[in-house]
Design a protein around this ligand. Structure first.
Ligand code: ARG
Length: 263
C-alpha cells in the first residue's frame, strides 16, 4: 500500500475523475488509515508500505504497480504519461526490496493487477482501455500459466478489477455488462459460481474488493441483496468507506497490491 500523503485529483484520465471535484485530503488520509487498520489489525494481513512521493498522486493505487509472482514483479507500462512517472518509483522500491523486476515489451501498455487477476491457476487479463491485448502472450510465457484475455466494454469499468473480483478458486463477483459476449462466455466457463453485481453496486465499486479468506473488504454502500448473495456462498463483506478515492476512480482493491499468496 502507499499512504495518500500527496494524493489529489491533478488530471482526468478516467470518467470518474474531474478537476472540479477535489479530494478532501484529511478525509482521504483517515479513510486510508481505516482500510489499513481493518486489513492489519482485524484481518491480520501483513502490509508493506511504499513511501509516498510528491507529483505522482495516483501512486496510492498500488494495484497498478505491476503483477507480483513469487519474488518477481512484472512492472507496469502505464498508458497515460501522468502515471508513467510512477514507473521509476515502483522500480526503485521493488529492487531495493529484493524483487526481480521484469519489463514487458515497451510498445504495449500493462497496468498490473488492476487488469490481471488469478482464478485459481488461471490468470484473467482485461484489456482495451488501459492494458493492451498483445501483452497476454508475454504474460503467459513469463508466468508459465494459462492467461485468458477478456475485452472490457464499458469505459466506466476501465480496469478489470472494477468489474471482476475472484473470491476463491470457483467464486467471483462480476458486473457482466462490463464485458462483451465473448468475455462473458469465457468467464462463465471458467468460474462455476459467478455472483452478479447490479449496475448500481458496480458503480459504487462493489467489485473493487479485496478477498482475504472468507472476508471481503468492500466499499461501503453495497446493497443488502449483494451481501446476501455473498453470504449464501459463505463470504462476508467488511465495509469500508473510501469515497475520497472513488473520486479518482478507485476503491479498496486498487489501493493494494498482493505480494504473496498467488498460485
Ligand atoms: N486514477 C487512477 C487511474 O485512472 C485510478 C486507478 C484505479 N486502479 C485500479 N486498479 N482500478 O489510473
Amino acid at each position: 500500500m502507499c499512504r495518500p500523503t500527496y494524493y489529489t485529483i491533478a488530471y482526468e484520465i478516467n470518467p470518474w475523475m474531474s478537476l472540479k471535484r477535489q479530494v478532501d485530503g484529511a478525509r482521504a488520509r483517515l479513510q486510508w488509515e481505516r482500510l489499513y487498520s481493518l486489513l492489519t489489525r482485524r484481518l491480520g494481513v501483513r502490509v508493506r508500505c511504499l513511501p509516498p512521493q510528491r507529483g505522482v498522486p495516483d501512486l496510492v493505487f498500488t494495484a497498478n504497480a505491476g503483477l507480483v509472482h513469487g519474488r518477481t514483479i512484472i512492472r507496469s507500462n502505464f498508458r497515460h504519461p501522468e502515471r508513467e512517472r510512477e514507473e521509476p518509483v515502483i522500480e526503485r522500491y521493488f529492487k531495493r526490496s529484493g524483487f526481480r523486476v521484469v519489463h514487458l515489451n515497451p510498445r504495449y501498455h500493462f497496468e498490473g493487477e488492476g487488469d490481471a487477476l488469478w482464478v485459481d491457476e488461471t490468470l484473467v487479463f482485461g484489456f482495451r482501455f488501459r492494458s493492451e491485448a498483445p501483452i497476454h502472450e508475454e504474460l503467459a510465457r513469463l508466468l508459465g500459466r494459462e492467461v485468458l484475455p477478456v475485452e472490457l466494454s464499458d469505459r466506466r469499468f476501465y480496469h478489470l478489477d472494477t468489474c471482476f473480483c475472484p473470491l476463491d478458486a470457483d467464486t467471483a463477483l462480476w458486473f457482466p455488462q462490463a464485458f462483451d459476449r465473448y468475455g462473458r462466455r469465457v468467464l462463465e466457463r471458467l468460474v462455476p459460481h459467478l455472483v452478479d453485481v447490479s449496475e448500481a453496486d458496480a458503480a459504487r465499486f462493489a467489485c473493487n474488493a479485496i478477498p482475504i479468506g472468507r472476508a471481503v473488504v468492500m466499499q461501503a454502500g453495497a446493497s443488502a441483496a449483494l451481501r446476501r448473495r455473498m453470504s449464501h456462498r459463505r463470504f462476508e463483506a467488511h465495509a469500508v468507506d473510501l469515497s475520497e478515492f472513488l473520486k479518482a476512480g478507485g476503491s479498496a482493491k486498487c489501493l493494494v497490491l498482493r505480494l504473496s499468496g498467488h498460485p
